[in-house]
Each structure stands twice: as C-alpha cells, then as structure tokens.
Design a protein around this ligand. Structure first.
Ligand code: AMP
Length: 437
C-alpha cells in the first residue's frame, strides 16, 4: 500500500510565464497552435511528433516520477519509452493541472492520462474519485482495459459503464464501490438517476474524444453530468480535433489548462503510408479481393460508408473464399465484441466496419486500413487511418477512389497538407480502363 501525497497545486503563473525548459523546443512550435482563443492564458506544449520518442536523453517512464508499481506495469506492457504526449502530459497531470490534449488515437493518449491518474489514486481512500466519459462502448472497454493493465500492481478498482448490456452487474459494481468509472454518457445518466452513483467525492474528470462525443450529440448529457461534479476538481479533455464547440466546452469546464498538442492538428500518424487507388465503383470489390491476396495483408480493417455496404463487402469476400466479418450499429454488443476478439486473435484477418469502429478501437498489429469508400469528412480520414500506424508500429492506409470521389480526396489532401500517392493498377485504374457505363 502506498501512502498518497496530494499533488501540489502549482503556483499561479502569469499567462506569459516561461514554459518549463524541457519543453523549450516546443516553444518555437507553439506559435502553430490552432486554438489561439483557448491558448490565451494557458501554457502550450507541442509534443514533437507522433510515435515513440527515441531521442537520446529522452525521458524514461522512471524519470517522469511514476510510482514503481506503475513502471512495472508499463514494462510488462512492453513499452520502452513514453510517447511524446505521454512525455509532455504525464508530469502536468501529476501536478494536478487541467490539461487540454489535442491528440488522436494511436499516439498513446490513453496511457497519457491513465498512468498519472493511477499514480494519484494509489493508496488513497476507497470512493469514487475519477470519472472518465467516452463516446462509445468500444472506447469505454479499451480505457477500462488500460486501467486494469497499468493498474495491475495497484489496488485501483475500475468499473466500465456503457449501454446495450444489462444494468445489474453494473449496479453491483457501483454498490461495491470503485475508484474509477469509465462511462458512456447516456448509461451513466441512467445510473445517476437511479442514484447508483454519487459524484460528491469526485476529484478527476476526463472527457475523452470530446469532439466525437459532441458529434454524437452528447452535449446535454455531458453538461448534466459535469454540473453534478464538484467544482474543485482536475479536468482533462482530449480531442483529436478542435472545432469551436470543443473549444467552448474546454473554456467552460477547464481552469487555466495546459494545452498539449501532438504534432500538427489533423496530421495523420507519421508511420502510416497512404495511397489512393483510382478504381471505378463497380470494381472496388475485385480490387479488394486482389489486394487481399497479398501475403502482407494479414490484418485488415476495411471501412465502408454504410451498414449495407459493409454486409455486401463481407458477402462478396465470402464468395471469393476470404473469411471476413462485418461490424456496425445493427450488430449486437455481443456480436461486436466477438468480432473484435476474433480479429484481435487473428482468427479472422478482415474486419469490415462502418464509422462506428473508426475511433478508439485499440487493435494493435493492424497491417492495413482500407477505405472502401472515401470518407465524407476529411477528419474522419485521419481518425480511420489512426487505426493503423499505432504508437510504435507502422501500417498502410489505402483508399479506393471512384471518379465521383476525386473531389473528396482532394479535400482530404488539403486538410493533410500533402498529396497522397496514387497507385495505378492496370485493369482497375479508371484512367486505364473504359469508363463505367
Ligand atoms: P492510444 O493512443 O491510447 O489509443 O494508444 C495506442 C496504442 O499505443 C495502444 O495499443 C497502446 O498499447 C500503445 N502504447 C501506448 N503507449 C505506448 C508506449 N509508450 N510505447 C509503445 N506503445 C504504446
């Protein structure tokens, strides 16, 4: 049992106080921060790049001051060094400051808040001290898994609370008492209404993937929940993008936050190799089958725009003798969990999903992401390909572009700030074959 030392509240610094020296390189880059309104009165830290920091003299988990039991858990997870967002956010969270983290999945952002929260809660009183709100069940499960993994040598108890499953086991867990709840907003409100959970002793509130939560229409639920949380708390907000709605949310709920930004906003994970395959719509399935025949395509996540599109692709793949499973909103929670499990274990190598799976899905070792349809929003492209090129690995992201999708690809290229390589396969590229009737 560790005795918990309360994290010291940092001394108030004027808005223009120097940023700590370890972040000196970030100072120059901080001019590029794209939310000047929020940055006003905040400290701004721009983590260097996506991926694991392997520079000489880069800090280790030990040098970040994390408790030895957490360091053991991190070592057991196989992590050698903190990623840039972990390097920058962990000490700030440990100081008790509010943080606005601009980072997409794949950058190691979950551990960036989970590790210092465990550090802070270890050995403390048993009561609900931390609430993490996430947009989807899948993300809820993943954050819960992270707490269990990184807290395996500590006494922290966590309960995941999400919809689509029975209330009773969740009620039992809440009754027993937990330190941390990881919840999707809708189901958590149900429990609040039934008085199953009290927020009176809450010390830390995390809004994970805030942009996604707002996109999904959770603003009223978030407001309702936060209004029940004591005002003297630490608030951490993570978001892949920074639209005005998220900025407003941050201004409402965060106090003098330190803004930690990984790389450039909207920049795709740097380990991902992108390519666009020009192909007529009617030949996309044949191209997919052709690509899936390559031995290096061993764990492939295919995105379609619609549920029926996903089912269609799975049917065609089956007909071609390729094992594949669909995952979308019409599937039950059990079917979705089973699909992810089989995909993770390698039992099936192709998972065909709609955007429901696009964010927060932590499946390490994905070799390829294929956008069967070009995503309608450029930001969605970034999130989708965030599934591959996870923290320390590399991956390929291919996009099938039919003639009517050329403009959408151009928009994505503008947002990325770089052109995406075109790969022309003779017989498929609409530049080399006759146009569709
Ligand atoms: P996240 O951005 O939180 O979704 O994490 C992306 C992936 O990176 C997860 O599979 C983590 O297990 C992995 N990860 C997190 N931190 C590190 C690290 N320091 N070194 C290597 N992998 C990591």
């Amino acid at each position: 049992m560790k005795t918990k030392r309360p994290a010291p509240r940092p001394r108030k610094r004027p808005a223009k106080a120097p940023i700590p020296e370890t972040h000196s390189e970030a100072i120059a880059a901080s001019r590029n921060v794209q939310s000047p309104a929020l940055a006003q009165g905040s400290d701004v830290v721009v983590a260097e790049q996506d991926g694991v920091d392997s520079r000489d003299g880069a800090p280790s988990f030990a040098s970040l001051g994390l408790a030895p039991d957490i360091q053991r858990a991190v070592a057991a997870a196989g992590y050698r060094a903190p990623t840039p967002i972990q390097r920058d956010a962990i000490p700030i969270v440990m100081q008790g400051r509010d943080v606005m983290g601009l980072a997409q999945t794949g950058t190691g952002k979950t551990a960036a808040f989970t590790l210092p929260i465990i550090h802070r809660l270890m050995g403390g009183p048993k009561r609900l001290r931390c609430l993490i709100l996430t947009p989807t069940r899948e993300l809820c499960q993943q954050v819960d898994e992270s707490f269990r993994k990184y807290g395996q040598f500590s006494d922290i108890e966590v309960a995941p609370i999400y919809g689509g499953v029975a209330y009773e086991p969740q009620e039992k867990a809440l009754e027993r008492g937990v330190d941390v709840i990881v919840a999707s907003p809708g189901r958590f409100i149900d429990h609040m209404e039934k008085r199953n959970a009290s927020l009176d002793s809450l010390e830390i509130l995390v809004l994970d993937e805030a942009d996604r939560m707002l996109d999904m229409g959770f603003a009223p639920q978030i407001n309702r929940i936060v209004s029940g949380v004591p005002p003297y708390r630490q608030t951490l907000l993570f978001s892949a993008t920074m639209p005005p709605e998220v900025e407003a949310l941050a201004r409402k709920y965060l106090r003098r936050p330190v803004v930690v930004q990984v790389g450039r906003r909207s920049s795709a994970a740097s380990t991902v190799r992108h390519a666009v395959y020009p192909v007529p719509r009617g030949r996309k399935n044949d191209l997919l089958i052709e690509l899936l025949r390559k031995p290096e395509m061993d764990s492939v996540l295919v995105f379609t725009r619609t549920k029926s599109g996903a089912d269609h692709v799975v049917r065609d793949l089956h007909a071609a003798g390729i094992e594949a499973t669909a995952m979308h909103a019409d599937k039950s929670q059990v079917q979705r969990s089973l699909a992810i499990e089989k995909f993770k274990s390698g039992e099936i190598r192709v998972l065909v999903a709609t955007d429901i799976a696009q964010r927060g899905l932590d499946i390490s070792g994905i070799s390829h992401v294929i956008n069967f349809d070009v995503p309608a929003q450029a930001e969605d492209y970034v999130h989708r390909i965030g599934r591959t090129g996870r923290a320390a690995s590399s991956g390929d992201a291919f996009t099938f572009m039919s003639p009517d999708e050329i403009a959408m690809v151009r928009t994505i290229e503008r947002v990325l700030g770089q052109p995406i390589e075109r790969i022309s396969i003779p017989g498929f590229d609409f530049g080399t074959v006759a146009a569709e009737p």
